[in-house]
Design a protein around this ligand. Sequence first.
Ligand SMILES: NC(=O)c1ccc[n+]([C@@H]2O[C@H](COP(=O)([O-])OP(=O)(O)OC[C@H]3O[C@@H](n4cnc5c(N)ncnc54)[C@H](OP(=O)(O)O)[C@@H]3O)[C@@H](O)[C@H]2O)c1
Length: 238
Amino acid sequence: MESLSGKIAAVTGGTRGIGRAIAERLLRDGVKVAICGRGRDSVERAVDELGKIGPLFGYPADVSQPEAVADFFHAVDEALGGLDILVNNAGAGVFRKTGEMTIAEWRHNIDLNLNGVFYCSREALARFRQRGGGHIVNISSLAGKNPFSGGAGYNASKFGLNGFSEAMLLDHRHDNVRVCSIAPGSVATEFGGPSHRQGDVSWMIAPEDVAEVVALVLRMPARTMVSYLEMRPARPKK
Ligand SMILES: NC(=O)c1ccc[n+]([C@@H]2O[C@H](COP(=O)([O-])OP(=O)(O)OC[C@H]3O[C@@H](n4cnc5c(N)ncnc54)[C@H](OP(=O)(O)O)[C@@H]3O)[C@@H](O)[C@H]2O)c1
């Protein structure tokens, strides 16, 4: 397995949940990490807490806004001096039956979970070109393969993300770029809002488990690319 020590990674949506666990895991592996999220306070809090583990740079940015994404990557260049790894993690879901969904809700799913991944990947690929390669990990979802009622907008964004990931892989693998989509089932985070996950969440995947898999994928020898990987709660609620 390859060492990640000294590499530079950007993790979108790194202020809580899965992204925060990934940032922490990479810091423990000696990676210099940049995170973003929309909230200035939550970015600062994450930097205060995780910055004790290793070099962590935080920048408030909404990844559904191409200008904000460009600013984030320029700030990462200046703060950390390059980019080897991008984890497209920032994501959300507005769950509504198709006929009841507003155009703003539809756009929110697609702008964040699909367009935002393109904006960030585009910035990363430009930097990988200069450095001779890099690795992109996209946090997709089992909802990218399994449609469900009320999930049309979220399903469409994650189905789209899976197709985008694979095409990007085919576009750039001969440029030493590796691309992986990780598709978890239910993870114990604040996804859907703090009140969404109430009661016993011990049956769910822990964010740290997803982070462990991200680290495993990134540490694969350069000859090997894990391109798609599913994670499920071993014993989901009956
Ligand atoms: N939890 C699950 O069950 C589950 C299952 C499968 C896949 N996933 C996927 O895993 C990823 C992370 O989800 P999570 O469960 O960790 O969610 P979460 O706990 O709600 O965390 C989401 C993170 O993304 C950031 N974020 C949200 N909108 C953003 C935007 N427009 N620009 C930049 N950052 C933004 C949030 O910070 P701010 O709010 O401050 O912006 C936060 O740091 C998502 O792509 C989700 O689709 C989650």
